[in-house]
Design a binder for this molecule. Structure first.
Ligand SMILES: [Zn+2]
Length: 385
């Protein structure tokens, strides 16, 4: 029936772009046979920028950069390749992108865009990340309706041990505890019917800058696991408890201490990471562009609440800091400092199998609570259409 309607109306002449800022009609060009849109027409409605150099075109929209080769029917966004029905081209000094990029690749790469084929309309929804609908069946464990993928990042690894774990038994350091909790968290999420991916499963060092690349198109959130430590001093062993961070400019001296400590992993990595500008400068610059701050803050709140409920060391609350590891994640991203290696009771809790299981279980509960809230919000948005 849809095919009949299209054939009666003839080929599409224009597409509509509807965003919270307004509705725009973009004419389609068919000069090369297949429908195409001029990139310049998308600059205002999508906040898109395009740059052509030689045979390559870089198109940036919604925090994602698409690389096109002129004359080649595909687009690349990070590791992901999107095949197109037609080729991008330059005509009259203007870059033209195949319609399939707008209707197919863009909504897949940037979760807030939805293509409505019947209406010929690209709609921008609230800036929240959600995986494509895989099945309408309700998850019997969580009540969730959509498929969700969570990237779990056990902090440090390999020649970066993290903090030395003063009150850990034997030769255990932070990297061992984060990996143990990370693996348990993956198991807890899997048990709840969610897809969980670990950034590392063994004692290996992953560059901070590479960690968020695990959170690609179908990833809903990035959760980094760490262990806190106080610098040596008279009151070093007094601090205890859990705190959860989301990306922001560090506000207090204590928040800055934790950010400096975790960002110190950069010194274990290649020189290229330490750009001339410095990682923190880049982080601050990116802060203005992070559209997931509110979502990250809410996720942090729910996870913190659950973990604080089972933690013997107490509740240190939700914190904000400029973490290098969270900087690149284009999804809600949090960092859980699961307790203090410099506190005797926290140390014992963190190294015990029961403590690790309790922490993993509580983080998983917090993640599910966030996703349930997210799905409720999406349902409200859907009803208004
Ligand atoms: Zn750490």
């Amino acid at each position: 029936m849809i095919l009949l309607a299209v054939s009666l109306l003839g080929p599409m002449q224009a597409v509509t772009i509807a965003t919270p800022r307004g509705v725009t009609s973009i004419p389609l060009s068919a000069e090369r046979g297949a429908p195409a849109v001029a990139a310049s027409r998308l600059a205002v409605p999508l906040g898109l920028t395009a740059e052509v150099s030689g045979a390559e075109a870089a198109v940036r929209v919604g925090g994602v950069t698409f690389i096109f080769q002129l004359g080649a029917p595909f687009a690349r966004a990070g590791e992901a390749i999107c095949t197109l029905a037609a080729e991008p081209y330059v005509a009259r000094d203007s870059l033209f992108l195949p319609l399939a990029w707008l209707t197919d690749c863009l909504p897949r790469a940037v979760a807030r865009y939805r293509w409505d084929a019947d209406a010929g309309r690209l709609a921008e929804t609230a800036p929240i990340a959600i995986a494509p609908v895989a099945a309408a069946a309700v998850n019997p464990v969580t009540g969730l309706r959509l498929a969700h993928t969570i990237v779990v990042d056990p902090g440090h690894g390999g020649r970066d041990p993290g903090n030395p774990g003063r009150y850990f038994s034997g030769s255990l350091t932070e990297k061992d505890i984060t990996l143990a909790i990370g693996k348990l968290l993956r198991a807890e999420l899997t048990r709840r019917g969610l897809t969980a991916v670990l950034t590392r499963t063994g004692d290996t060092l992953i560059d901070l800058q590479d960690r968020p690349s695990y959170c690609a198109a179908d990833c809903d959130m990035f959760v980094s696991i760490h262990v806190n430590a106080m610098p040596a001093g008279r009151r070093a062993s007094a601090a205890s408890g859990v705190e959860t961070y989301f990306l922001s400019d560090a506000k207090t001296e204590d928040q800055r201490r934790v950010a400096d400590m975790e960002n110190a992993a950069i010194s274990f990595e290649a020189d290229a990471v330490r750009s001339a500008q410095g990682p923190l400068g880049q982080i601050i610059k990116d802060l203005q562009q992070n559209e997931y701050l509110r979502e990250s803050a809410r996720l942090a709140e729910l996870v913190q609440g659950r973990v604080a409920g089972i933690h013997p060391g107490g509740d240190r609350g939700v914190q904000q800091a400029a973490f290098w590891v969270l900087n690149f994640a284009r999804r809600p991203a949090i960092l859980v400092e699961t307790g203090f290696a410099t506190n005797k009771d926290d140390g014992a809790f963190l190294t015990s199998a029961l403590g690790q299981r309790k922490i993993a279980n509580a983080i998983a509960d917090g993640i599910v609570a966030y996703l349930q809230e997210l799905e409720r919000k999406l349902a409200v948005g859907g009803a208004g259409r």
